[in-house]
Every structure is written in C-alpha cells, then in structure tokens.
Write a protein that binds this ligand. Sequence first.
Ligand code: PMP
Length: 439
Amino acid sequence: GSSFRQLVAGTDAKVPLANGKYVRGINFDNAATTPPLCAVLSEINQFAPWYASVHRGKGYKSIICSERYEQGREVVREFVNAGQQDVVIFTKNTTESINMLAYALAGERDQVVLTTDMEHLANDMPWRDKFTVDYIGLTKAGRLSLQSLESKLQLHAGKVKLVAVTGASNVTGYINPIAKIARLVHQYGAAIFVDGAQWVPHIAVNMRPPDAAEHIDYLAFSGHKMYAPFGTGVLIGPQAAFAKAVPVYQGGGAVGLVSQATIEWDAPPAKWEAGTPNMMGVLALITAIETLSKLNLNTIHRYEQHLIDYTIDGLRTIPGITLYSIRDGREARVSLVSFSLEGLHHSQVAEILSQQAGIAVRNGLFCAHPYVEKLLRLSAEEIKYYQTHDDKSLPGLVRVSFGLYNTINEIKIFLAILAHIAGHRQHYADKYSYVLAPN
Ligand code: PMP
C-alpha cells in the first residue's frame, strides 16, 4: 500500500454498485480534483478561533488573519522558487488566474500569444479575444513540437508577447520540456507562461533555475488539484506586469483613496484581489503546500511514476485498448493516462467501471477539446456535426489519473475489471446502451 494513504481524508468511503452492494470507492479522477489532506482539514479546525476578515480591522484576530494571509504568499513563493520581483496573487482557480493574466497583459490586438494544440481550454480561450492567437503544433506522438514552436516564433518575430504552454497535459500526462521551451522563447524576446494545474502537484517546480535563460515568467495552479479544498488558485508573475492594466474585478481592497472622479490603485498583488479575500482557502492551500513539501515532491513523483508505469504496462496487455500516451522508454509524464476500448463508447466504459467496481474515472474531452480532437483525428466536418446535433455519443476518451494515496492494489482491481469488460464487450455494450440514449 501507499504510506501516503492515511494522510488523505475520505479514502475509505464506500460507494454503491449496480447490484446494491457497497464497496470501498476507488478514485482515479485526481486530475480533476484531489481529496483534501487530513492536515489541511485539521488546520482549518484549529484556526477557527482566529477566524476574522483579512485586511479590514485593527482587531487582534483580524491582524492574525492578515499576517497569515500575507505569509501565505511567501509560502507559495518559496514552493516554486518565484523571484523577489514576482507577486503572488491569490485567485479562485487556474481558470481565473489565466483570465486575469490575459486582462493584465492585453494591449494592442495584433500582439501575438502563442499557445499550443495540447492545452486545456483555460489556457486557450482567454487569449482569443485579446490577442492574435496562434497554436504550436504537435508531433505524430501527440507531443509538443519544438520545431513548430521555433517556426511560429520566427513567423511572428517581434510580435510575440507570450508563449502560454501547459507544464503537463491533463489528457496524455506528457510533461513538456519547459526549460528548453523557456530558453527558446526568451531567445526571441518573448515571455513564457506555464499552466501548472497538472504539473505543480506532481513534480518539483522551480521558476528560477540556475540558468536565467530558463526561468519561468508566469505560473498558475489550483489548490483543489493538490489536496486543498475548492476555491483557491495562484497567479505568479513580475509585479510590473500587473501594475498597468485595470483589473478584472474592481472594488474595495484593491485601492488606496477613491473619489467619484478618481481612483488610486493599490500596488499588485492587492490591485488584483478586490473584495474580501478567501482567508481559510489560502490557509488550506499553504497547509497543503507545506505538507507536500515535507513529503518531498521528488518522492511523490517517484511513487506516482511507479503507479502509472504499472498501469500502462497492464493496459497494454488488454485486447482492444488504444493508449493515447505512447511510451518510448523513460519519457517524462505525470500519473495519468487516457485510452479507448474498441466496441464500447467512453461513457459506457466509465459507467461500467463505476457501477460494477466502484471505480471513478473521467471520460469525454477533459476540457481540452482541440487536443482530443487531434488525438482522435476528427475532421472539421465531424466536429461540426457534433456541434450542430444533439448527439449523446460525443467523441472522447477514458482517463485514469492518480494521486499520492492510490495503490498498486487498486490498479490491479481496475485492470482486472477492465480486462473482464474487454472480454465481454458485446454483453456490456447491450446492457449499458442507455448511457448513449438521447434525452
Ligand atoms: N489547466 C489544466 C491543464 C487543467 O487540467 C485544468 C483543470 N482540469 C485547468 C487548467 C483548470 O483548472 P481549474 O478548473 O481549477 O480552473
């Protein structure tokens, strides 16, 4: 078993099966959201006597809260080794962080943001209406093409403001070579933003490596994917970059003195945090960060690598499975993999795993529609068809994604039931046909 298991809350909860029996649920959907650490829940409870509004009072509790909240920025800074000129802005999640960054950087409409064909929609859509967006292409294996990156940097030379790329894919688990990408991006005078939602929780991240050419200019991630509760995210970048633009949200907490005719903005990060801050959320986030740091991200990565290697080896022995993350030896990946099973729709596979074995997986397009469309080689006509028809059989994949508390034993159960399903495809296709029925 995993020695990490007892650190996470709720891992023993039972879930019902189709036959009415209850089994211990197996959660293989950690790329969506991880359950909270016990340390996080107990810290929230212990802090309850000091619960007060941040930055709003001279009362003792309010001062304690404000100090803790501001210290939180330093905990985050240290965790990813952000620079002294960087500010840590607390947000609601990665999606909000990236939308705010797009607002902060928006200027001339002909400035280019290069993003990629493998992004979550959060790192694609926010750029579209504020910049000229172009997409860095993929290799045949579905990895980011560094040749494509370089040719796009040349094509838009002098106009590229930012290259926005994911640290790790939520569809294939591929980890991108961020140091190499940063070096290229900086050679062309642009800045790099890394979407750390699937990266920061699973591998040690360093925004300021020894070689300054490889530094990360902007970084975002979500608390709920790293064992803190919902509702906190982070946006990090140079303070000067957040000083100019008018922030998305305006109101108290973001300003010095305001009259009906004039506004004196606070300096970032406060300028981008209007409204009462999520004090308990930030407390939870920094407790999660401190716990993960103590466990050591390298140790966590090694354990999770073992889980995903075992899974991929197992999936390869099951007839009818297609993997969408090929394995070429020691490639860098986080602990998730996507696949399809011939003869069954992805929503049927997910439903069967839940109903027959209490295993929670994710299926569909994982909010990374263009990437999955490319992995499945869908034509523009096919995409148009699905956009214009109310067809429940939308294309997609099945994804399993692990957290530090998952175990080889759970994976064995999963592989066994999946092999059974694969061996009885027709039976299951008939039994679960209702999953695909229109409303
Ligand atoms: N980027 C990636 C790579 C993700 O996997 C996710 C979450 N699925 C997001 C961004 C968005 O994160 P959130 O929903 O917390 O805003």
